[in-house]
Every structure is written in C-alpha cells, then in structure tokens.
Design a protein around this ligand. Structure first.
Ligand code: SAH
Ligand code: SF4
Ligand code: F3S
Length: 445
C-alpha cells in the first residue's frame, strides 16, 4: 500500500465555492504531497482528479455534477484514473453522490480530508468505491504539510463550522458545529508564513466574531484578542478577515480595525434582506434597524472604511414591499459592493420546507434591480477616490497585456495600472485617475 502511494501519483484538483474551499484544496495538496503525490494542472495529466465542491446554491451543485460527468470520456480512455468528490457536496450527498455521478470512485467530506491518502489507497486496494463522511465535528490535525498557491498573500482558517442555522443555509449541515482553532496554533502558522515572505493574510471563518480559541492559559480568546496577537507579527503587513455576522459584530471590532495598523479597513457584513419579516424567517437574529445602527457605528469609527454585503432576493414569501425594503436599505447604506443571489432551497436547511413561491422571472427582475442600484452606488463610492494616492499590494498582471498590473487597496478594491511584472507581490502607491463600479484605474507614483 505504502509503495503505491510513494510512486509519484499525479493529482489534479478543481475547486468550487468559497475561500474556505480554496484553503481546503491547499491543505489537501499539502497532505497528498507529503505522501508522494504531485500536483498537475489538468485532468488529462492526472491519475487522481478531485472535485472540491460547494452546495450553497442548487445552480452551483448542478454545474459541479455536469463537470464531473464530463470526465466519463476521459476515464473510458484511461481506466486507472480515479475521480473523487470532496468538500460540502460530498458531505451533503454522501453515498448518494455515487448514484448521481457513477464516474466517482470516492466521496470525502470536509472533516475527512486529512485521510485522503488512505482513502485513495483503499480504493486502489479493494477496487470498490469509498465513502468517508463521518468526521463532521472533529478538529483538523494541526501539524500539516504546507502548500500555498500564492507566495505573498494567503488564507488562514481560524475555525470551521457554523452554529447559526440561518434558515436558508446548508453550511451548518455540511460543515458541522463551530470549532475554533487555538490562538497559539493560528499565530504559529502566521509567524511561519511571515518567515516565508507572506505579506497579507485573510482569516477565514463562517462567523469570525464568534471565535473562541484558547489563549494558552486555558481561557477563550476573543476575535479582537486574536487580531491583536496577529497584528504584532513582524513581516505581515495586511490582515483581512471574513465573514462577520451582524448579530455578533461589535464596536470593539471596529475600534480594533481602527487601532491595529495591519488590520485592513474593509468589513464584509452580509445583510441578506432589508425586510424585518424576511430577516426573521431567515433566522438572522437582527432587524434592519439594528443593522443600520451597526453600520452607522462602523462609519463613525472608520469613516474611510469600505463596507460590502451579501443579498438574497426571492426568499419564500418575499413580497414587493419586502423587496422594496431591501432596495431602500441598499440605497441608504451605500455599500461599496454587494454580492447578490437568487434564493435557492437547500434541504435540509429549514426554509426548504417553505414554498419557494417567488416566480423565477420575479427573482430575476429583483436580482437585476439590486445589481443596477448597486452598480450606481459602487460607481459613486469609487469616484470619490479619484485623485487619491492609495497603497496597492500587486497581485498579478494582465493575460493579454503583461504591462498591466492588478492589485488591491487596503479597502479591497481592485486597482489596475501600468508597471513591470517584477512588482508582483510588492506594495506600490497608485494615484487613482478613473473608475468603474468594479475597479479603480491609475498610475504609479
Ligand atoms: N458564513 C458566511 C458565508 C455563507 S454563504 C456568511 O454567513 O456570510 C455566502 C452567501 O451565500 C450568504 O451570505 C448568502 O447571501 C448566500 N446564500 C447562502 N445560502 C443561500 C441560498 N440557499 N440561496 C441563495 N443564496 C444563499
Ligand atoms: Fe450560513 Fe448563516 Fe452560518 Fe453564514 S452564518 S454560514 S449564512 S448559517
Ligand atoms: Fe463554502 Fe459552499 Fe461550503 S460557500 S462552506 S463551499 S457550501
């Protein structure tokens, strides 16, 4: 068994979903590399193809299964090829994934991902499919081999799972209960990253504000305490985090964002709806008034801070009046940007029991109305930055024109300007000359 794993098997991984999944894919590549696997960049070159999946909306899931089915032809010409499903859809479907996608050889939930080398070995040994989805509520092993996609900015998970059970959301069912990593393990990981030249880290958790890690003295450390610890790590220059839940975000957090120089001035605070009736049905734990008050505090404490959000349109029973409350909240709040989604029933999430009664064309119109309104607001927010000089961490260059560099401001705005590729991974100052709703354009100064 060991010999088989030690001969360099080639693995290709396709990642869907959120940043958590992007980080998990790195984790898995790290674990597999340690056991003799080599990462390749296409399914054609691979011995093992992994799909790291997202179940947050039905559309994402359907696209995933159609991508998996596309491998049928490749597998027919390459009988030794193994195809595996990991991530949230693996956890949600378990053995049913094998029925929906017979091309699969194994199914591995997020909690079982550290066991992938053994799972693959067992498939090879027994020549029959393996389903490993039992470790939903365990902590991941801490000392894992490291793989990072980028050399200068990266994600660090501070915990997994979610206890909030927003009625529309599948995450608590596929990621289990909230588990916080120990603060000392997180700080050790980030120190290691700083030593290897990383400059920006993004802390990840479904609800970072409910973080309760041990602080080394057997007591729970709060998220603000964790930020303080990370802020003092030499070499790291930017710290970001997501996601904050409005019911748990507090002025303490905003003050920490103001006072800790490495913590970037960007808050992602999903509101989902502006209607109190719908917020209640969503089990969000706040009213639109409470949300607006929280945002006022944020803007008072961080007047130049950016604010972004998520919106769901077409939740069961959402009337024109409910939807207009959402539009009003978007208008009054003035988000820098917003991700908006059409509601999608996700059993066993509770709202799936409600009738999905907003017609598809109404959902579509509402989505377009949100996008149109937000586009105007984003354009105005960005236009206010014209003539300002901002610090950019350069993160890439244009595929067509390599002289065109891209990067992000501390407030997380994409910025485009001319410069040489050697600047990727470095900080530069850019004066903003023109803007679109989605990006700033300027020149280096
Ligand atoms: N923990 C994070 C991420 C949740 S998923 C958070 O609480 O913000 C990211 C976004 O997907 C959510 O904020 C929500 O806007 C959207 N989403 C989740 N479930 C959905 C569903 N069933 N239908 C449509 N959008 C959904
Ligand atoms: Fe889902 Fe709500 Fe948890 Fe976010 S906070 S992951 S939306 S249940
Ligand atoms: Fe992320 Fe999708 Fe899972 S949003 S937590 S990959 S369901």
């Amino acid at each position: 068994m060991k010999n088989k794993l030690n001969s360099k098997r080639k693995v290709f991984i396709r990642t869907f979903g959120c940043q958590m999944n992007a980080r998990d894919s790195e984790f898995v590549i790290g674990v597999l590399s340690e056991r003799g696997f080599k990462k390749v960049d296409s399914a054609e070159k691979a011995d093992v193809v992994l799909f790291n999946s997202c179940s947050v909306r039905k559309h994402a899931e359907d696209r995933l299964f159609s991508n998996i089915a596309d491998l049928k032809k490749l597998k027919a010409g390459k009988p030794g090829l193994l195809v595996g499903l990991m991530g949230c859809t693996a956890q949600s479907y378990k053995d049913k994934a094998l029925e929906r996608a017979p091309v699969l050889d194994f199914v591995c939930g997020p909690g079982n991902e550290a066991d992938l080398p053994e799972i693959i070995a067992n498939v090879l040994k027994d020549r029959c499919p393996v389903v490993a989805t039992d470790k939903t509520n365990e902590k991941r092993p801490e000392l894992f081999p490291e793989y990072r996609q980028s050399a200068f900015k990266t994600f660090v998970s501070i915990g997994e799972g979610c206890n909030n059970f927003c009625s529309y959301c599948i995450v608590p069912y596929v990621r289990g209960r909230e588990r916080s990593r120990d603060a000392k393990d997180i700080v050790r990981e980030i120190r290691g990253l700083a030593g290897r030249g990383f400059r920006e880290i993004t802390l990840l958790g479904q609800n970072v504000n409910s973080y309760k890690g041990a602080n080394g003295k057997g007591q729970g450390a709060s998220f603000v305490k964790l930020l303080e610890g990370i802020n003092s790590i030499d070499g790291i220059e930017r710290v970001r985090f997501m996601t904050s839940h409005p019911k748990d975000a507090s002025t303490d957090l905003f003050k920490a964002m103001r006072d800790l120089e490495k913590v970037c001035e960007h808050l992602h605070l999903p509101v989902q709806s502006g209607s109190d009736r719908i917020l209640k049905l969503m089990n969000r734990g706040y009213t639109s008034k409470k949300y607006i008050r929280l945002v006022q505090k944020y803007k008072e404490i961080l007047p130049k801070g950016a604010l972004t959000t998520d919106i769901i349109v077409g939740f069961p029973g959402e009337s024109d009046r409910d939807f207009n409350s959402t539009l009003k909240l978007i208008k009054d709040t003035g988000f820098d940007s917003a991700f908006s989604f059409k509601y999608s029933p996700r059993p066993p999430a509770r709202s799936a029991k409600l009738k999905d009664n907003v017609p598809a064309d109404v959902k579509q119109k509402r989505l377009e109305a949100v996008i149109d309104m937000q586009c105007d607001i984003s354009q105005r927010c960005n236009a206010a930055l014209k003539g300002k000089t901002l610090e950019i961490l350069v993160d890439g260059c244009g595929s067509k024109d390599p002289r065109l560099l891209t990067g992000r401001t501390r407030t997380n705005k994409i910025t485009v300007f001319n410069g040489s590729r050697g600047l990727i991974g470095k900080f530069v100052n850019v004066i903003v000359e023109s803007v679109t709703p989605y990006a700033l354009k300027g020149r280096m100064v």
